[in-house]
Design a protein around this ligand. Structure first.
Ligand code: SAH
Ligand code: SF4
Length: 458
């Protein structure tokens, strides 16, 4: 979501006449788009802001801004801890960014521009204070023209007790289906082959503005018809909203990737209840088994939090069990980080020592990595169709003028594939034969004669 917000902000600034530069030493405006999900992310921003003090001293006219969720959460505190900041802009005010920078340039400042707190006013008023920012898309600001993210929802209404997102990104709002379809159509006309639909709980999407409500499954069916588009993905799904309709849509619509990110968070019913996730481990297993039966080739991925308040060894063992048997393609595992003003902080003490959190995190990661490796090994000798994203990290570092370099791309199920080829293959979809693997990456050999940039059936 933040990558998309940054892309849209950059497009707005280009429209307003700004140009990107390679490093902060030469910038007139330096903006940080921030995350608040864990304390660590915020700490990194404060360190980065600290490192900019000398730039402000040397060139007092440089404008420094903090955007996004940390701006909404920390507000004036940012100005106290980093007085050289000129601009603090919440995620619901990004539509106004160029205007706010102009105002700072004109001598006003520091400016703090935020949306309303969830309980500050009537629901509709609070919702309206989170502006829907959906400007025209600009291919030039995306890493590649052939891949784009499209937001279909703003905010979140789930209030999982550990989570800051509903407070900082505001009430859940679904964008009208008509607007989304028009945006994806334009992206496809502009050469985009793969669209990832975004929402905090993307599968609770529901547009009620038209004659009949449109759910995610209906939206996918409509988008599937768009000429030129080849792949459709969506993240993040909430286990409670995985419906049979949605599973059928993923199974039956040829452009929809058989890939679902459905975070479980924990395998213990006691902890899931404390987290207010709204399902039990048993219900999660039933949902997963429905996906596995309907779409055996589906890649399912998950998130887990270890060390949530009150998590005993027994609770943690139940998480190990769920993760071990679920065979996720991969899982993101996080140590619980208390977020001020969330229900979890109000109700429970952060009582699992960091050492234990770390142990549990490492153990879960090791189990998941072994599963990911086994899962990847099944690919050796098979052919994967991949969308080429460009030079790999290693190739970017080398910067030689060799014709053949190491390229990286993704399968429909979001597996990363590395192979050698010419840079011009970037943005094409082509078959790659997988020769070896590790837990995170497939390594293969390409058949560039079969690359395609245009639409063709899967
Ligand atoms: N809307 C998505 C993503 C939310 S944030 C969802 O519901 O899954 C991404 C992940 O960060 C979450 O899935 C959760 O695993 C993790 N997370 C959120 N708050 C956290 C906290 N306070 N401490 C540790 N991990 C957290
Ligand atoms: Fe946070 Fe839960 Fe909403 Fe995801 S569903 S953003 S974890 S409150």
């Amino acid at each position: 979501m933040n990558v998309l917000d940054s892309e849209l902000a950059l497009a707005d600034l280009l429209q307003a006449g700004y140009e990107p530069v390679d490093d902060s030493q030469h910038a007139d405006v330096i903006l940080f788009n921030t995350c608040s999900v864990r304390q660590h992310a915020e700490d990194k921003i404060y360190s980065a802001l600290g490192r900019l003090k000398h730039i402000k001293r040397q060139r007092p006219g440089t404008i420094i801004g903090v955007l996004g969720c940390m701006a909404q959460r920390e507000r004036q505190t940012i100005l106290h801890r980093a007085p050289h900041v000129d601009l603090v802009v919440g995620p619901g005010q990004l539509a106004r960014l160029p205007e706010l920078i102009r105002r700072v340039e004109a001598g006003e400042g520091p400016i703090v521009e935020l949306s309303l707190d969830r309980r500050a006013d009537a629901h509709g008023t609070v919702r309206a204070s989170f502006l829907q920012h959906d400007p025209p898309r600009m291919a030039a600001v995306r890493p590649i023209r052939q891949q784009a993210m499209v937001r279909i929802m703003f905010g979140c209404d789930k209030f999982c007790t550990y989570c800051i997102v509903p407070a900082v990104r505001g009430p859940e709002q679904s964008r009208p289906a008509e607007k989304i379809v028009a945006e994806v159509r334009r992206l496809a006309e502009d050469g985009c082959l793969e669209v990832t639909l975004l929402g905090q709980t993307v599968n609770s999407y529901r547009d009620t503005s038209g004659e009949r409500p449109v759910a995610l499954a209906d939206l996918l069916a409509e988008l599937n018809e768009i000429e030129g588009l080849r792949r459709l993905k969506f993240v993040t799904s909430h286990p409670r909203h995985i419906t049979t309709d949605l599973i059928c849509a993923v199974r039956d619509l040829p452009k929809v990737s058989p890939y679902l990110h459905v975070p479980a968070q924990s395998g213990s019913d006691r902890i899931l209840k404390r987290m207010r996730r709204g399902y039990t481990a048993g219900r999660y297993r039933e949902m997963l088994s429905e996906i596995r039966v309907a779409i055996p080739e589906a890649a399912v991925t998950s998130d887990f939090i270890v060390g949530f308040p009150g998590e005993t060894e027994e609770d943690y063992r139940q998480t190990v069990e769920l993760l071990s048997e679920s065979r996720f393609k991969n899982s993101f595992i996080f140590k619980y980080s208390p977020r001020p003003k969330t229900k979890a902080v109000e109700l429970y003490e952060d009582d699992v020592p960091d050492k234990i959190k770390r142990q549990r995190n490492n153990e879960l990661l090791a189990i998941q990595n072994a599963i990911s490796l086994e899962d990847a090994q099944a690919w050796v000798g098979r052919q994967a169709e991949i969308l080429v994203e460009g030079p790999s990290k290693a190739a970017r570092k080398k910067r030689g003028d060799d014709e053949t370099i190491q390229l990286v791309g993704r399968t429909v199920c979001d597996r990363i594939v590395v192979f050698d080829g010419r840079q011009e293959l970037t943005g094409t979809i082509l078959p790659v034969t997988i020769e070896k693997v590790d837990a995170f990456t497939l390594f293969g050999r390409a058949d560039p004669s079969r690359a395609s940039r245009q639409a063709e059936s899967r």
